[in-house]
Every structure is written in C-alpha cells, then in structure tokens.
Write a protein of this length. Structure first.
Length: 140
C-alpha cells in the first residue's frame, strides 16, 4: 500500500493536485472519493476530467447517479450520496459502470461498499468551505 498526502491552500492548488493525480490514472482504474459534504469531491473529479479530456463539463450526478464523459479513456462518474441500500443499486444498474476499460470515479463510496472493488484507489479529502484541503491518496 502506498499513501501520499498533500495540503492545498486554494482552489488553484486543489486543481493542480487533481491534474497531477489524473496523470497517474489508466483505463480500468477505480477511484473512491470520500470527504464530508462540501469537501470538494466533485471539484476534484472536474479537475481529473479536465486534465484527461480537456473539458470543463464535469458536474455532480447527485440526482442522476451517473455521468459518463466520452473520451479516451471514457470516464464514469458516480455519486452515491442518495443511494440508500443494495435495492437502489440493483435498480440503478450502477455496476455497469465498472467495465474494466474505463476510469470510474465514485463519490460517497461508503454508501455502497460492495460496489467498490478491493483494488480501488482511495482519495480522502478533508476540509470544507474556504478552509485549506488535505488530500490523502491510498493506492493498493
């Protein structure tokens, strides 16, 4: 297991961290993003999508649960905040996002731990609002 920690004091530093992290991702990677409400999980995802695909279109799929960003590789962005149990998962078909040839970014992975593969990269973000952020990345 490999753990790295970074502290960012502003949005530009946070975006730079997301961009640097994106450069390490490959098709098939699953990233589980944890942090309190307002920590910046969706902002981090947007930075990854921008770095990998050059588009600034990443938004939170809180109400749709899943956004797909076409590109090479494609990126599946899941937000499990509103998932209340395994029955929701079966109904939503979110397991289809894990094809093995795309990058999958999952916000609120603790809401559906059985959906997240054991070899997922874990990204924990602490801090919220205007406070600095600490980003912890755990690679298996």
């Amino acid at each position: 297991m490999h753990v790295t920690r970074q502290r960012t004091g502003d949005l530009a530093g946070f975006a730079a961290s997301a961009s640097a992290f994106a450069a390490t991702l490959r098709a098939g990677d699953v990233v589980a993003l944890s942090g309190e409400l307002g920590a910046g999980k969706t902002t981090f995802v947007a930075g990854v999508v921008m770095a990998l695909q050059g588009r600034d279109a990443a938004t939170s799929p809180t109400f749709t649960f899943w956004h797909r960003y076409e590109g090479e590789p494609a990126i599946n962005h899941l937000d499990l905040y509103r998932v209340e149990g395994d029955a929701d998962l079966a109904t939503l078909g979110l397991e289809e996002a894990f094809t093995g040839d795309e990058i999958v970014l999952v916000e609120w992975p603790e809401r559906a731990p059985g959906l997240i593969p054991p070899d997922a990269i874990r990204v924990g973000i602490t801090g919220a609002g205007e406070a600095p952020r600490t980003i912890e990345i755990v690679r298996p």
